[in-house]
Structures are given as structure tokens and as C-alpha cells.
Design a binder for this molecule. Structure first.
Ligand SMILES: C[S@@+](CC[C@H](N)C(=O)[O-])C[C@H]1O[C@@H](n2cnc3c(N)ncnc32)[C@H](O)[C@@H]1O
Length: 423
């Protein structure tokens, strides 16, 4: 569907379909955002939401549709059918309206769409009566390259619970500045939580910079680091800057580094909105050295981002795990470099938003074998359950934790301390 064929009156659904087709060709939802440029802000938000809800349930929608189609329709029609099924069965939209809108959208997809409109109508009418079958279908499975190691690490029941959390999506979490208020339910670890879909810019305190958006699990890395006023701290992979803001708000003297100038620009905007300060440097962290050794380093390393599938449900569709070896190698180089920047007795927090032990537990084991003089410091923080702490003393966070509260991102976080004198 090109722009001129975009249906007037239901731009959000048409926008969602364009996003879904962009994802099918390998784009992230953020990268595909440009297809929504003609929509007003509310329509864009709805299109993004619809696309995310479909991406969380592609397999489930296909399984429901399979008995009603003779052969798999063209990709754009299949996305249209999936969208309609998800709207009816997951989002509680009235079937009559969903079916007639889907038929209208098909008619606006050129000749092939017009030819498919009758089939769309017939299939969706039958699918609308299949609520029980929908309820009996399992949540979407993670792809094999991810599910296998997750099942091996924590068992099948945990993998199923993680998949249920992926389907449920993510609430909106805020980190308040220490001296300010934030809306939402206060969580035991200090974040504030609001329902998913809350419009961020309309919340009290946004303009004043009283808080910033940051998942509750992501916010724990800086709490584990425990920055102190006046400490010299480098945030080696800083953008878009949630953790830089936390470090600066604690009164540390922060150098925020990122290899991406465009992403670093977002750190600058966030700092400005929250009236906080940090020195920003666009460079490869592996090539950066401070003038004097540091009190602490935060290394929130580039990783598979498999802990963020609740908010980025396109990742399982567009990633195949082939980037992992390169990421793991980069993480270990960054760890060694970060340790080299620390003063004696300095601390390094290594974190990845990953569900893979290869980017967490195994990376810690390899680091300790390369640097046997390091001490792992177990986190001792309000709200952290003892079972989240690994035998080695790291923090393993998973989307299926806090199931009654709405979950959290998957993260691995560990604090390492350098010896006071060389051993
Ligand atoms: C997981 S994100 C960091 C998220 C950030 N800490 C936050 O809390 O908002 C990883 C970042 O590492 C950056 N990056 C990747 N390779 C890098 C390198 N060699 N040196 C510096 N930054 C790098 C990426 O541009 C990306 O912004």
C-alpha cells in the first residue's frame, strides 16, 4: 500500500499495516516510524500500539486463521487478517466494525486487494466466532535461537512465563529525580509505574524534568553502582541516557560516551529537560581514556536486547542470533577496557538488557577468570528479592518477575570491585 492508497478515516490501522510490512522487510519499529509521517500524533501512537499488539501475537493469529484460509494469502493481506484477529480477540474490539474496516482496507490495496476483499470478509466472519480457540492457543514462542538457551538456563516453565510476559507487553515506568515527585504507583525499587499506553508528554512533571522514562529493571543498574556526590564516573555506552541522568542526579561528575552522535543527541536533550549536567563525548569507548583514573564505570553494553522484547516485539522477527558472537566479543573487550580506566578500589557495573546467559552469567565467569583479583559485590538494595541474586552475586532480572505488577525488562547486572593495591 503506498501513501496515496492510505485509507482516509482509518489512518491508524493503515499506518499499523505499513509498520508491519516494514518490520517484515527487516526494519525495527523505530526505523519504520517515517511511514507514519502523515498521521497526527494520536494516530501515530495508535498505529504503533496496534503494530506492537500484532507483533506480540503473529503465530497465534496465524494458527487461528489457518483453518479458515485455503492457501496463505499475499503478505499484505495476511497482515490485515492478523491485525483484525488481534483487534477482535486480544483488544476486545467489536467484530462487526473490525471486519467491515478490514474489508474496506483490502479494497484500498489495489486490484489484488479488491480481489481479496470477499475472502477477507468470509475468513474474518469465521475467525470472529473462534474466541474459544483463540483463548486456548499458547502465547507466541521465542525463536529457537533464544528459546533454547533460555529453557536450558531456567527451564521450560520459566520460558513459558517469559513468553506470557512478552505477550502482555510493558507498563510505563518512570525514574523520579531524587528531589522531585513522579506520578504513578511507587515500586519497591524506587521506580514509578503507570499503565501501558499512558501519554508521556501529558503527565505532570514532564516539562519540568521531574522524572524520565526508564524501565524498572534498567533503573537498577545505577542503584547497584551506588554513585556518590562528586565521584568521577564514566558511562561508557550512554545513549539514550536514562542511566546518565541517574548518575548526574546523584551528584556524580559524569562523562557520558557513546559511539553514535545521533543517539548522544538524545542524551543531551534528556539532560537539558531534567536540568542535569554531564560531559558528552562521541567516540568508541575502547579508544577513550580519562585524564585521571575513575572512581566508577558504568558499562551498559551493546547486546542482543532480548530482555526488551516486551517493548520491542519485532526483535524476534528481525534478528536471528547471528550477531551474538560479535557482541559477546565486544562486551568482553569493553569490560577489560573499563577495568583499566578504574582507580584502585574502583567499581565497575556491567549490565546487559539480555535474556542470554552468554551476555551475562557467562561473561561474568570469563571476566573473573581473566581478572581473578576482582571482587563481586552482591546487591543489597530495597525491593530486590534474594532469589533475583545469582550464586555468584549478580542480579538476574527477567520479564516474568513481578507478574502481578506488570513484569520488568530482562537484565543482567553485576558490580565488580578492583583491589586497592595490585595483587
Ligand atoms: C544498551 S544501549 C545503552 C543504553 C543507555 N545506557 C541507557 O541507559 O539509556 C548501548 C549503547 O552502546 C552504544 N555503543 C555501541 N558500541 C559502542 C562503543 N564501541 N563505544 C561506545 N558506545 C557504543 C550504542 O550506540 C548504544 O547507544
Amino acid at each position: 500500500m503506498n501513501k496515496s492508497e492510505k485509507p482516509r478515516g482509518d489512518g491508524a490501522r493503515a499506518g499499523a499495516l505499513q509498520l508491519l510490512q516494514a518490520v517484515a522487510s527487516g526494519a525495527t519499529l523505530d526505523e519504520a516510524e517515517g511511514v507514519l509521517e502523515d498521521l497526527p500524533p494520536a494516530g501515530r501512537a495508535r498505529a504503533r500500539r496496534l503494530a506492537r499488539e500484532v507483533l506480540r501475537r503473529v503465530d497465534r493469529a496465524d494458527a487461528l486463521l489457518a483453518p479458515f484460509v485455503n492457501r496463505r494469502p499475499r503478505p499484505e493481506i495476511q497482515w490485515l487478517l492478523r491485525l483484525a484477529v488481534v483487534e477482535m480477540h486480544a483488544l476486545g474490539e467489536a467484530p462487526h466494525g473490525v471486519v467491515s474496516t478490514a474489508v474496506a482496507l483490502a479494497r484500498q490495496m489495489g486490484k489484488k486487494g479488491q480481489a481479496a476483499a470477499g475472502m477477507v470478509n468470509a475468513v474474518l466472519r469465521r475467525a470472529s466466532e473462534a474466541g474459544e480457540a483463540w483463548a486456548a492457543l499458547p502465547a507466541q514462542q521465542m525463536p529457537v535461537w533464544l528459546r533454547k538457551p533460555v529453557g536450558r538456563a531456567w527451564g521450560n516453565a520459566a520460558a513459558l512465563a517469559i513468553e506470557a510476559a512478552h505477550e502482555a507487553g510493558a507498563p510505563l515506568d518512570l525514574t523520579p529525580r531524587p528531589d522531585r515527585e513522579a506520578p504513578g504507583e511507587a515500586l519497591p525499587t524506587g521506580s514509578h509505574r503507570l499503565p501501558s499506553g499512558t501519554q508521556v508528554s501529558a503527565l505532570a512533571g514532564f516539562e519540568a524534568g521531574d522524572w524520565w522514562v526508564q524501565d524498572a529493571a534498567a533503573a537498577m543498574a545505577v542503584r547497584v553502582l551506588d554513585p556518590q556526590p562528586g565521584e568521577q564516573i564514566a558511562d561508557l555506552c550512554a545513549a539514550p541516557g536514562g542511566k546518565t541522568l541517574q548518575l548526574a542526579a546523584a551528584g556524580a561528575r559524569v562523562t557520558a560516551i557513546d559511539i553514535s552522535g545521533a543517539r548522544l543527541e538524545r542524551v543531551a536533550q534528556n539532560l537539558e529537560r531534567c536540568e542535569l549536567a554531564a560531559t558528552l563525548i562521541e567516540t568508541d569507548a575502547l579508544e577513550w581514556r580519562p585524564a585521571a583514573p575513575l572512581d566508577a564505570v558504568l558499562l551498559d553494553a551493546p547486546c542482543s536486547a532480548t530482555g526488551t522484547i516486551r517493548r520491542h516485539p519485532e526483535l524476534p522477527l528481525i534478528r536471528d542470533g547471528s550477531a551474538l558472537p560479535g557482541l559477546i566479543e565486544l562486551q568482553s573487550k569493553l569490560i577489560d577496557h573499563a577495568l583499566d580506566l578504574l582507580a584502585p578500589g574502583g567499581r565497575l557495573v556491567f549490565a546487559t538488557c539480555s535474556l542470554l546467559q552468554a551476555e551475562g552469567e557467562d561473561q561474568l565467569a570469563a571476566t573473573l577468570s581473566r581478572h581473578p583479583d576482582l571482587t563481586v559485590e552482591r546487591p543489597d538494595l530495597p525491593g530486590i528479592a534474594p532469589e533475583w541474586i545469582t550464586p555468584e552475586g549478580a542480579l538476574r532480572l527477567r520479564p516474568d518477575l513481578w507478574p502481578d505488577r506488570g513484569g520488568m525488562d530482562g537484565f543482567f547486572i553485576v558490580r565488580l570491585r578492583k583491589p586497592l593495591s595490585p595483587t
